[in-house]
Design a protein around this ligand. Structure first.
Ligand SMILES: C[S@@+](CC[C@H](N)C(=O)[O-])C[C@H]1O[C@@H](n2cnc3c(N)ncnc32)[C@H](O)[C@@H]1O
Ligand SMILES: Nc1nc2[nH]cc(C(=O)O)c2c(=O)[nH]1
Ligand code: SF4
Ligand SMILES: [Mg+2]
Length: 211
């Protein structure tokens, strides 16, 4: 199978438990909860997305003919730093629309530990080493176990008590980036103060000027 990739870049993971860790990001094109077109945002299931995942025109993006080609490009993007530490984050868009056995095997063959950022509406590939699920109100989350649950806040129509029954090792709350970001940050802080099971996570790459 070929893969449609919006962009591929080297940075620090900005969010979640692995914040601060050197990582190759592979941003797949396309999502099942929004077309990515501004004209469709108001009628989408997911309306607060901060990401351009349309097309294959970003830095390091393109159509990769097969898994070997994609994994090879990820290895080149990682560069000469300690091979044993290779870490890739598969995101999008919705990465589970494209991730398959061949890609997971090829990335592992290149020595990568594989993390994924997903909306959880498609079951995660079992070979992924670190599964981060970020639930969206109005969607059906089928992937209810993993390494981190990252709730963007505030969102209406989320049943927090039922999320807490899902099988995740870490529960994180992330303020929604929007025109109301200050208010959203206060709301996320209040959330973490009221529910000690949850930890605040910030989009540190945005503060640092990293991609
Ligand atoms: C762009 S999404 C791509 C992966 C996948 N589609 C998902 O939603 O998890 C990557 C992460 O950014 C989060 N995110 C998207 N828009 C955001 C915003 N406006 N503020 C804070 N986090 C946001 C998502 O919830 C997700 O955790
Ligand atoms: N540095 C950095 N960290 C991130 N963590 C999750 C991201 C994403 O868009 O999935 C992201 C991103 O786009 N950049
Ligand atoms: S599910 Fe993820 S990629 Fe899709 S629109 Fe929402 S935040 Fe963006
Ligand atoms: Mg992002």
């Amino acid at each position: 199978m070929s893969y449609a990739v919006k962009e591929m870049f080297l940075t620090l993971q900005g969010e979640g438990v692995h914040a601060g860790r050197r990582a190759v990001f592979v941003r797949f094109a396309g999502c099942n909860l929004w077309t990515g077109r501004e004209a469709d945002r108001a009628s989408a299931i997911c309306r607060f997305c901060d990401t351009d995942f349309v097309g294959m025109d970003g830095p390091g993006g393109g159509r990769f003919a097969d898994a070997t080609a994609l994994a090879g490009a990820a290895a080149v993007t990682w560069g000469d730093a300690a091979r044993g530490e290779r870490f890739v984050v598969l995101t999008g868009g919705e990465p589970m629309l494209q991730i398959d056995d061949a890609l997971i095997d090829a990335l592992h063959d290149q020595g990568f530990a594989i993390a994924m950022e997903s909306n959880g509406t498609i079951a995660a590939h079992p070979g992924i080493d670190w599964v981060c699920i970020s639930p969206k109100a109005g969607s059906e989350v089928v992937q209810r176990r993993g390494d981190e649950l990252k709730l963007v806040w505030p969102q209406d129509h989320i049943d927090i008590d039922s999320l807490e029954h899902w099988d995740f090792a870490n529960f994180l709350v992330q303020p929604m980036d929007s025109a109301a970001r200050e208010e959203n940050l206060r709301a996320a802080i209040a959330f973490a103060m009221a529910r000690p099971r949850w930890r605040l996570t910030l989009q540190t790459h945005k503060m640092l000027g990293l991609p």
